[in-house]
Design a binder for this molecule. Structure first.
Ligand code: ADP
Length: 422
């Protein structure tokens, strides 16, 4: 209980840390975007500053620009204008590149005459809107630059960081959810194992105390033995010993089949005999319950390569369950037929059925349906998981169709290895 509480505290604090981490990450990403914007503006300013410096230090360029600006009609200076424009353009481009800005731009160059009227150099390339316009002025020269790709350039720069942060957050969240699921599964398993241990303890406790009682009665008889009574006590001890042996063999059988390293010995087996042996094993229980069995075997001439005792045990387990979880008027149908490369064993009962929510866990080790009157029925929850292990070790599969109140239908598919001709 204490352990469980500390687990819940760990889960809650991890969740809170995760949310905090998410908030910090988002805040940090917004700040990074702002810093990138500032850095961008600074770099553009520096490159424009450099460009203006270069223009001012080039006497010829300066006088050409002035000449072009004064020639408002563009009569004589058209070619010159184009030439100077290209010069300035390539200066801006290389300076922007130098400061790490590699994106398209428009620019305009203004020359402030002494009477402070502004004139523009070249018409067609003037900046069209004030969006993302940065300008820089030194002396009587002003350069305005419009960078329409500014937003996408900044986005491109921060996107690897952004994507990796988001991925990291998603990965941490996924591993948190994964850990939570594992924990939930482990918790459920621990509960199921606890139930299994309690069941075992209960199943062994009764025969052991009955044996103890019979033993003390025998001791009391030592002085004046009554042969008849002694015989009765010895029979009780024998029958309780058989019960313990039966429980032990069920548990050991399961442990044995579970061992992955165990190689199962297979032999060529007639299918009919498998079903007959399994039915024989539950005969007394069936009689006790007044049950009926209908059998239909359509697999003449087909032999299975299988471990006979394991398959018989598996069929017995399913038949035994059909008897245990019956509704009163017990009716079991056994069908056996071939389908493709498989032999199908179908066992159907008209018992209490299994709910859809429990079906996915029904073949799990130690699992027992925990509702209704099933608590009163003895068992360890290892019968069906044994069946599944055996079937899978034979290269087959098992299916269950069931509904509460409508009985259950188990289907075992085993691959046919040998077609025996007479
Ligand atoms: P158990 O020893 O408890 O019978 P099993 O592994 O054989 O263990 O079965 C697991 C659980 O599946 C049972 O506890 C029971 O709740 C349910 N179950 C198995 N067979 C049937 C059936 N034919 N009808 C209804 N419930 C069944």
């Amino acid at each position: 209980m204490k352990n469980r509480k500390s687990w819940h505290i760990i889960i809650l604090t991890t969740f809170i840390f995760l949310v905090l981490l998410l908030v910090i990450q988002i805040k940090w990403l917004i700040e990074t975007a702002e810093t990138e914007k500032r850095h961008f503006t600074q770099s553009v300013n520096l490159s424009l500053d450099l460009t203006v410096n270069q223009i001012l230090s080039d006497q010829k360029l300066c006088s050409n620009i002035q000449m072009c600006l004064l020639d408002t009609q563009c009569m004589k200076t058209k070619a010159l204008k184009k030439l100077e424009w290209h010069k300035i353009d390539s200066l801006i481009k290389s300076n922007l590149k130098f400061y790490g800005i590699d994106c398209n731009y428009d620019f305009e160059l203004k020359f402030m005459s002494p009477d402070s009227t502004k004139k523009m150099l070249l018409d067609g390339k003037q900046t069209k809107s004030q969006d993302s316009v940065l300008s820089f002025q030194r002396g009587n020269i002003q350069i305005g630059i419009r960078l329409p790709e500014k937003a996408s350039f900044i986005t491109k720069r921060i996107s690897p960081l952004f994507i990796s942060s988001i991925l990291l957050i998603l990965m941490v969240a996924a591993s948190f959810i994964f850990t939570l699921l594992i924990y939930k599964k482990a918790e459920k398993r621990a509960e199921v194992i606890k139930g299994f241990i309690l069941n075992i303890a209960h199943e062994f406790k009764t025969p052991i105390s009955v044996i103890g009682l019979a033993n003390s009665r025998i001791k009391n008889q030592m002085e004046h033995p009554d042969k008849e009574k002694l015989n009765k006590y010895l029979t009780i001890i024998d029958s309780e010993k058989t019960k313990i042996e039966k429980h032990l063999s069920a548990i050991l059988n399961h442990a044995y089949i579970e061992d992955k390293a165990t190689n199962i010995a297979k032999e060529e087996t007639e299918i009919k005999s498998l079903i007959e042996n399994a039915v024989l094993n539950i005969e007394t229980i069936l009689e006790d319950k007044n049950g009926r069995i209908e059998t239909s075997i359509q697999t003449n001439n087909i032999y299975l390569q299988c471990n006979k005792s394991q398959i018989v045990n598996s069929l017995t387990n399913i038949l035994d369950n059909a008897c245990k979880y019956s509704n009163g008027d017990l009716k079991i149908k056994i069908k056996c037929f071939d389908e493709g490369n498989d032999i199908v064993f179908e066992i159907e009962d008209n018992g209490i059925g299994i709910s859809g929510a429990d079906i996915p866990f029904i073949f799990d080790k130690y699992f027992r349906v925990s509702t209704g009157n099933i608590h009163n029925i003895k068992g360890y929850g290892i019968g069906l998981s044994y069946v599944k292990e055996v079937v899978e070790k034979h290269g087959g599969k098992i299916e269950l169709f069931s509904k509460i109140g409508s009985g259950s239908r188990f289907r075992i598919y085993l691959p046919i290895k040998t077609d025996k001709a007479n």
